[in-house]
Design a protein around this ligand. Sequence first.
Ligand code: SAM
Ligand code: CA
Length: 221
Amino acid sequence: MSTRSIGLDDNLYNYLLSVSLREPELFARLRQETDAMPEAMMQISPEQGQFMQMLVKLIGAKNALEIGTFTGYSALAVASALPEDGKLVACDISERFTAVGRPYWEEANVADKIDLRIGPAVDSLDALLAEGQEANFDFAFIDADKTNYANYYERCLKLVRPGGLIAIDNVLWDGSVANPADKSPDTQAIRALNTSLKNDERVDISLVPIGDGLTLARRLS
Ligand code: SAM
Ligand code: CA
C-alpha cells in the first residue's frame, strides 16, 4: 500500500491492461497502422483513450474539441463516446496524418460527428470564437505543439462552458519537466503552463499520471 501514486513497471502495466482495457478491434487496428509510422510515439495510449471516453460520458458531453488529431485515435475514442447527435471539432495542421484516421472514423460510423479543421490550431480556435462558439463546448483535449499550449488553453477556457472540462496532455513530458537542466522550448512551455495552472482560480485542477500525464482543468464560471 502507498500514500502516493503507484509507478507502473511493464509487468504491472500489462496487468492493468489485461484486467481493464476494453479496446474495440477497430481501435487496435488504427494503433497498429500508426505503429508503422516514425511519429507513432505521438499517439495516446489505449487506456488513456478509454479514460477520456469515461470523462466524456461522465460529464454528458455533446460538443467536444480536439487540438492535435494526428492519425485520429483520440478523435475516434472521443467521438465514439459522444451521443448520436454529438460533435467533435478536431484541429490539426496535417492532411497527411489525419488522412490515416478518416477510414477508421468511417468504419466506426463516427465520421459524421467529426468536423476536421486543417490549419494552425490557434487560427481554428480563433475562428470558432469568431463564429460565436464561446462556451459552446463541454470537453476539450489539448495535444498539439507544446509551445502553443498556453495559447490553446486560454482559447479553450473561452470555448468550454462553465463546468466543462479541458484535458491537457503530456504535462509530465517524460519526466523532463522535473529536470531543471532541461531548458528545451517544449519543456519550458509545458512547465510554464503547469506552474500557472496551480494557482489559476478560473479552474479546478487534477494532474492525473496516466500516459505522459494528463491535467484535467474544470472551468468554474
Ligand atoms: N491526439 C493525437 C492522438 O492521440 O493520436 C496525437 C496528437 S500529436 C501528439 C500532435 C499533432 O499536432 C500532430 O498531428 C501535428 O500535426 C499537430 N500540430 C502540430 N502543430 C500544430 C499546429 N500549429 N496547429 C495544429 N496542429 C498542429
Ligand atoms: Ca500526446
